[in-house]
Design a protein. Structure first.
Length: 442
């Protein structure tokens, strides 16, 4: 039992040394829950906070593969099976050189709360590798994916653990991973989500995280009788989440003036319209090029090595990676008039930046809530796979919209002063914690 959040955090830091992103994610949840827990001793007596911060299982494995020059390379693979109280482990795979255990534990931990918020029966997990797909040929990516899945296939299954994509893992990688799973296990099941339409994928899954984030921003704006129509929007990233967030903002009448990648940001004062967005999608999904090619093509400003948060906007949608908005950048955004931030990425605002947004009382939708649309449609993909049928685009989109609306109202229901961070953490916690109580000491 701990007397304060500080005491509890000392326990977490000692137990998980060096895992700074994981500490950051737990700290935010502990801050949100502390007052609530003092009114609910049943959770404290059953040590739910200590149990929920400890993954049920962590798998770490060697991934040897051969590159196009015939040389052997060795990467490290992970799967963090965090919590299965409300359903099979569910969460993406990330392939990026920065991947380590601390990052995957932060992502897996957040996934537990996020999945609970969707109202669908999914536990939380996350995995990936320090493999860098950038600059690799299709053949090299396939060799890596096949080796990765050769080990992972022992641990996952459609009723056990169902991975999806994340940074560096899109449709191409899911295809290679699925092919290898099927070959090894000789079964065609919904063991992965984000699959292609021809072999069990769901309509709207590629769009879901970006669309869902924009639906969430729109719900927040509705509380002020406002909408995205006519708003200037800055988006970071130019990958899966950023692309479809941009598409939906344009559809709802907003003007997207920036997108970025790890090399810098483009600033297009005239706005990135549908045609220019199509160029970005081709550049990123097919050519796998860098974002400065957009500036070369359309004559927009390229801010090398810079993030886009200095650009004047009404709405900011961080859709790249964790800790991409710091305190100074958050202040700059608010000073320039930004009054809505919806996180498409996981934990893109660091703790100080979140405090700026909360203290300035802008509309702030944390990733756990705002980007839950992706896993929600993954849940819908699992349902369609189990029933051996496919829903129409309209049907999936309507369900996604309703789920985002319901997450938005759960956040408001469990917080005061429109603090969506606290609301999301408490709402996500209750369902998982009650299920853990029901299932005994496991
Ligand atoms: P992608 O790999 O498709 O795109 C990632 C984008 O972010 C790229 O533009 C990439 O630039 C940029 N980026 C990645 N790492 C960094 C970095 N360290 N610094 C600067 N830019 C970076 O990934 P997704 O779009 O799928 O994921 C983006 C975010 O959304 C992640 O936080 C992910 O966890 C989160 N998310 C994704 C979901 C999904 O369904 N895909 C669901 C929920 C959350 P570059 O190409 O130069 O590396």
């Amino acid at each position: 039992m701990y007397n304060s959040v500080e005491d509890f955090m000392s326990y977490i830091e000692n137990k998980n040394p060096g895992e700074k992103e994981f500490h950051q994610a737990v700290q935010e949840v502990a801050d949100s829950l502390w007052g609530f827990l003092s009114d609910h001793p049943e959770y404290v007596h059953s040590r739910i906070l200590e149990r929920i911060t400890e993954p049920e299982r962590v798998l770490i494995f060697r991934v040897p593969w051969r590159n196009d020059r015939g040389e052997i390379e060795v990467n490290r693979g992970y799967r963090v099976e965090f919590n299965s109280a409300i359903g099979p482990y569910k969460g993406g795979l990330r392939f990026h050189p920065s991947v380590n255990l601390g990052i995957l534990k932060f992502l897996g931990f957040e996934q537990v709360f996020k999945n609970s918020l969707t109202t669908l029966p999914m536990g939380g997990g996350k995995g990936g590798s320090d493999f860098d797909p950038k600059g690799k040929s299709n053949n090299e990516v396939m060799s890596f994916c096949q080796s990765f899945m050769t080990e992972l296939s022992r641990h996952i299954g459609h009723n056990t653990d169902v991975p999806a994509g994340d940074i560096g893992v899109g449709g191409r990688e899911i295809g290679f991973l699925f092919g290898q799973y099927k070959r090894i296990r000789n079964e065609f099941t919904g063991v992965l989500t984000g699959k292609s339409l021809n072999w069990g994928g769901s309509l709207i899954r590629p769009e879901a995280t970006g669309y869902g984030c924009v639906y969430f921003a729109d719900e927040m704006l509705k509380t002020k009788n406002d909408s995205l129509d006519g708003k200037t929007v800055v988006i970071s990233g130019s990958g899966n989440v950023a692309q479809y967030a941009a598409e939906k903002v344009i559809e709802l009448g907003g003007k997207v003036v920036s997108m970025s990648d790890s090399s810098g940001s483009v600033y297009d004062k005239d706005g990135i319209d549908e045609e220019k967005l199509e160029f970005i999608m081709h550049l990123k999904n097919v050519k796998r090029g860098r974002i400065n090619e957009y500036s070369d093509k359309f004559g927009a400003e390229f801010m090398e090595g810079k993030r886009p948060w200095g650009i004047k906007c009404d709405v900011a949608l961080p859709c790249a990676t964790q800790n991409e908005i710091n305190e100074v950048e958050a202040r700059e955004l608010v000073k320039n008039g930004c009054f809505v931030v919806a996180e498409g990425a996981n934990m893109p605002s660091n703790a100080e930046a979140v405090n700026v947004f909360l203290s300035k009382k802008i509309l702030f939708g944390p990733g756990k809530a705002a980007n839950a649309g992706g896993v929600a449609v993954s849940g819908l993909e699992m349902s369609q796979n189990s029933m051996h049928l496919s829903w129409t685009r309209k049907e999936v989109d309507t369900r996604l919209k309703n789920i985002m609306k319901s997450i938005h109202s759960s956040c408001l229901e469990h917080s005061t002063n429109e603090n969506y961070v606290k609301g999301a953490n408490i709402a996500g916690f209750i369902k998982v914690a009650d299920s853990m109580l029901d299932q005994g000491v496991v």
